[in-house]
Design a protein around this ligand. Structure first.
Ligand code: ASP
Length: 436
């Protein structure tokens, strides 16, 4: 029998999950069954992905950096990576601002809906505002201080400290370049093998992906708020989704122009990671799969993926920055505020920084939105306005975040001559080939 390609299997899992949830949501018992007996499998799936994120970053980045053999190569690639990430983020925020200013979704919110939304989500919004408070109170250089861990085991024990793990791995890799090759060799061999094992684990976890996303989406649907609230926020959601759609188009275009790889090639290669990003709302949880897809299916050399993707998952969030811009202006419009040009330019700057600072986990973009709102003088209580639709939009923006990382890694790879042909290693696809 012909085996379905992985992205179709995942898509099927998603569709069946949603359909199943709609059936079960007809009764309270049905909903409870999904929460008690289906949702845990989704959680297990996400945990398994997160479980290998830190070892994967450590092994692949240490190997990747030490493969570079000289430090000037590292700084060249580092400069290009960070530069491209910042440019794509600025473009994303600008697209968001353009869309929200043209469609003006906030104007369609009347006084009654506004009060209703604020009353229903006040508590939830307050906890996000509180979470942002700590970030706001930090000094200007706190981000730099946070980059350097005081204890690598402590840093690795917290999936939220990914930048610290990245820092350690690069630092370690540099140390390996600087010692005599003979001494570095066994260490490198160890991390090589370690990396290989982790890649195999990703294959194993991906076998469960269609079932994992089934459980994740079923749980999301039965726990979603009422459809009426969704309707009130329809125009706002359309603006975010439209902006994100334009951004995906933009990635496809730049990949096409700069690397001559066709849109079909790019989308086929990256789609399982996109679907996973959509289902998990977490770039960090998706990272192992993004790395595998970009390397094996898009042909980016491991030296590039191991460096560009973990950094991208943590700092490059184009979807998040676009959403923050749309949300900020939407809230201002809903409160009847006019934002002048200078304030909107300010939003470009703060949304870019806030997206860099957002953790790669569900809902993180909303916490950092508080900072964008505060900077622009927009009432933070407005967060409650957009709460009802945040999860579905989080799913969409995470998909864009992951696609952006993949697109940039292809461009960086091309610019340093490290973009080759796909070399699929995962057993699923081998199985597929053998059984065709
Ligand atoms: N969930 C997003 C991510 O992991 C971050 C966010 O926008 O909330 O990329």
């Amino acid at each position: 029998m012909k085996k379905l390609a992985l992205h179709w299997q995942i898509l099927l899992g998603m569709v069946l999950g949603v359909a199943f949830a709609f059936l079960m949501a007809k009764s309270e018992t049905g909903k409870q069954i999904v929460v008690d007996y289906v949702k845990p499998f989704g959680t297990i799936f996400i945990n398994a992905l997160k479980l290998i994120a830190v070892p994967l970053i450590l092994a692949s980045l240490i190997k990747g950096v030490s493969d570079l053999k000289d430090i000037s190569k590292l700084s060249k690639m580092g400069g290009r990576t960070i530069g491209t990430y910042i440019v794509t983020t600025l473009i994303a925020v600008s697209i968001g601002l353009a869309v929200v200013n043209i469609i003006q979704p906030g104007k369609s919110i009347n006084e009654k809906t506004r009060t209703e939304l604020i009353n229903s989500y006040k508590g939830a919004a307050d906890s996000k505002i509180e979470a942002a408070e700590a970030q706001k109170n930090a000094g200007p250089l706190q981000a730099l201080v946070d980059l350097v861990p005081s204890n690598i085991f402590k840093a690795s024990s917290e999936n939220g400290n990914m930048l610290q793990v990245i820092f350690f791995a690069i630092f370690f890799g540099i140390g390996m370049i600087l010692i005599p090759e003979k001494k570095a060799k066994p260490v490198k061999k160890f991390f090589d093998g370690f990396n290989e094992v982790i890649l195999k684990l990703i294959d194993l976890i991906m076998l469960a992906a269609p079932y994992g996303v089934f459980a994740l989406l079923a749980a999301l649907v039965v726990e979603a708020p009422s459809a009426d609230l969704f309707k009130a926020l329809g125009w706002y959601a359309i603006c975010v989704v439209l902006g994100l759609g334009i951004m995906i188009g933009f990635y496809i275009l730049i990949v096409w122009i700069f690397t001559k790889k066709t849109p079909a090639f790019f989308i086929n290669g990256i789609s399982p990671a996109q679907l996973l990003a959509f289902s998990t709302s977490s770039s960090a949880a998706t990272l192992p799969v993004t790395m595998e897809r970009v390397e094996e299916h898009l042909g980016v050399n491991e030296e590039v993926t191991s460096f560009v993707l973990p950094i991208g998952a943590t700092i490059n969030m184009d979807g998040t920055s676009l959403y923050q811009a749309v949300a900020a202006v939407f809230i201002a419009q809903a409160f009847g505020m006019e934002l002048d040009f200078a304030t909107q330019i300010g939003i470009i700057a703060t949304a870019t920084l806030a997206s860099i600072g957002s953790a790669a986990v569900p809902g993180a973009g909303m916490v950092m939105l508080v900072i964008v709102l505060a900077q622009a003088g927009i009432p933070e209580a407005g967060l409650a306005l957009i709460f009802a639709v945040d999860r579905p939009l989080d799913m969409c923006r995470t998909t864009v975040n992951v696609t952006g990382d993949a697109a940039v890694s292809m461009m960086v790879a091309k610019s340093v001559g490290k973009l080759g042909e796909p070399h699929v290693r995962d057993w699923d696809d081998e199985y597929h080939k053998k059984n065709k």
